[in-house]
Design a binder for this molecule. Structure first.
Ligand SMILES: CCCCCCCCCCCCCCCC(=O)OC/C=C(C)/C=C/C=C(C)/C=C/C1=C(C)CCCC1(C)C
Ligand SMILES: [Fe+2]
Length: 507
């Protein structure tokens, strides 16, 4: 599953360049035969505008949200893209400067204003960004483009028009909410977000948004918090990017990558800083794993611990014979991987890219197992009795339960990231296959498949192609056979497309 290619020509730099939106869909040239059951739209999101006037964005997660769409109908394909007209985008375009602070780029006060109003604007605090460049998902009958703040943006998935900005803080007690909800077959959405509770105590709330309402009212209005996970530290919640959901449980992994709230609330409002400045990594704490029952929501107060790791994406999790099995795309150690995703680094020449990735955390796909009844057995004994995994859980003297994972895939600087499963069929269930984007020293250059039972792997790769779950240069949408990753068809358009993070197929 490692890459067959080196990239000395540095063509990958193109996926971090600004492009224009399109005024109308353009036809794609199809090679092969698009299967007739593929009728719908592939929607994807990522950054499309990497600078405004003379002001650059600095981090991979700062560029302004561009929504892409491939439409499939009767074997024909069109491609369309539009910038989401968020406040961050519209105000930046209007004032020709960065107006709202992004993940790693700070907005400075308007230089045209007099010194007094500039001084005042420092103390007004920071406007939280609505730059929804990370993912798109349905809520009821509607579609929302999202980042990880409290703002989500309703879009029309056909015209890519921006419809309205919604503040989730109005409905539930959260300060931010992830771009990776779980969606049940009936349309119920579950998500997790950091929250500041009573007496400024920190927690992580699981939010439930019901499906389409009979009375046609907006399901978001009926959002509620169903269960709360405590934070390991009083003023430092961990960064959370995704979580796991089995039939009856939620799995939340609390990593050592912390948001220092004192920095966040204080320093940020007074001098120019951005979200990246507020993270710190705790070398001592390791990783805490939390479990909660789903219905009714109830936190299960077992102290599962494992070594320090970075985590963005859960692959899948399921219950089996009194255990919860969960598979993760991890990064070894406590250092924040986002420190390596500054655009200046990703745009370097290949030799520098490789040097940089040598010192970064290393990726590994890991399987963990937790027992649902850990206090049955004595201390020091492995509590896991599933015959097919070497993952262990051991009760320690202090009543914490130490987890050692089984490694499902490991290759130096070769990440299996941005994972996908056959979600409708397999989420929360015992499963066999996971698919992902292969990162070669952080450069996305292949599509991978992993059999999580046997560890067998498959790869699709082509020279000078930089997929992102997957989008390519020159932009083409590739249809691969899920069995062996062989090519079925491709629909190519004569425009360049920058990197995208996540998206969805809308039948
Ligand atoms: C697709 C190819 C990419 C090429 C290189 C990738 C290398 C990747 C290696 C690791 C995987 C990383 C996965 C991350 C994916 C992703 O989509 O991340 C985007 C995340 C964003 C934009 C997060 C924004 C979060 C914000 C603004 C949070 C703000 C807040 C806090 C920090 C504290 C609490 C309040 C608030 C406002 C929510
Ligand atoms: Fe993600």
């Amino acid at each position: 599953m490692v890459s067959r290619f080196e990239h000395p020509a540095g063509d990958y730099k193109k996926i971090f360049e600004t492009v224009e939106e399109l005024s109308e869909p353009i036809p794609a040239t199809v090679t092969g035969r698009i299967p007739s059951f593929i009728r719908g739209s592939l929607l994807r999101l990522g950054p499309g505008l990497f600078e405004i006037g003379s002001e650059p964005f600095y981090h991979l997660f700062d560029g302004q949200a561009l929504m892409h769409k491939f439409d499939f109908s009767n074997g024909q394909v069109t491609y369309f893209r539009k910038f989401i007209k968020t406040d961050a985008y519209v105000r930046a375009i209007t004032e020709n400067r960065v107006v709202i602070t992004e993940f790693g780029t700070c907005a400075y006060p308007d230089p045209c204003k007099n010194i007094f109003s500039r001084f005042l604007s420092y103390f007004k605090g920071v406007e939280v960004t609505d730059n929804c460049l990370v993912n798109v998902y349905p809520i009821g009958e509607d579609f929302y483009a999202v980042t990880e703040t409290n703002y989500i943006t309703k879009v029309n998935p056909d015209t890519l028009e921006t419809l309205k900005k919604v503040d989730m803080c109005k409905y539930v007690n959260i300060n931010g909410i992830t771009a990776h909800p779980h969606i049940e077959r009936d349309g119920t959405v579950y998500n997790i977000g950091n929250c500041m509770g009573k007496g400024a105590s920190l927690a992580y709330n699981i939010v439930k948004i019901p499906p389409t309402q009979k009375d046609k009212s907006d399901p978001i209005e009926k959002s509620k918090v169903v269960v709360q996970f405590p934070s390991a530290e009083r003023f430092k919640p961990s960064y959370v990017h995704s979580f796991g959901m089995t039939e009856n449980h939620f799995v939340f992994v609390e990593t050592p990558v912390k948001i220092n709230l004192l920095k966040f609330l204080g320093a940020w409002a007074i001098r120019g800083s951005n979200y990246m400045d507020c993270f710190e990594s705790d070398e001592q704490k390791g990783t805490w794993i939390h479990i909660a029952r789903k219905d009714p929501g109830e936190y299960i107060d077992y102290k599962f611990r494992t070594s320090a790791m970075g985590l963005f994406h859960h692959i899948n999790c399921y219950e089996d014979s009194g255990f919860i099995v969960f598979d993760l795309c991890t990064w070894k150690g406590f250092e924040f991987v986002y420190n390596y995703l500054w655009l200046a680094n990703l745009r370097q020449n290949w030799d520098e890219i490789k040097k940089h990735a040598m010192i970064a955390p290393q990726p590994e796909v890991r399987r963990f197992v937790v027992p649902l009844d850990p206090y049955r057995e004595e201390q020091g004994k492995n509590l896991i009795s599933l015959p097919y995994t070497t993952a262990t859980a051991t009760m320690r003297e202090d009543e914490t339960i130490w987890l050692e994972p089984e490694v499902l895939f490991s290759g130096p600087r070769q990440a299996f990231e941005f994972p996908q499963i056959n979600y409708k069929m397999n989420n929360g269930r015992n499963y066999t296959y996971a698919y992902a984007l292969g990162l070669n020293h952080f450069i996305p250059d292949r599509i991978c498949k992993l059999n999580v039972r046997t560890k067998e792997t498959w790869v699709w790769q082509e020279p000078d192609s930089y997929p992102s779950e997957p989008l390519f240069r020159p932009t083409y949408c590739l249809i691969l056979n899920a069995k062996d990753l062989s090519e079925i068809a491709r629909a190519e358009v004569d425009v360049m497309s920058p990197v995208t993070f996540h998206g969805m197929y809308k039948p």
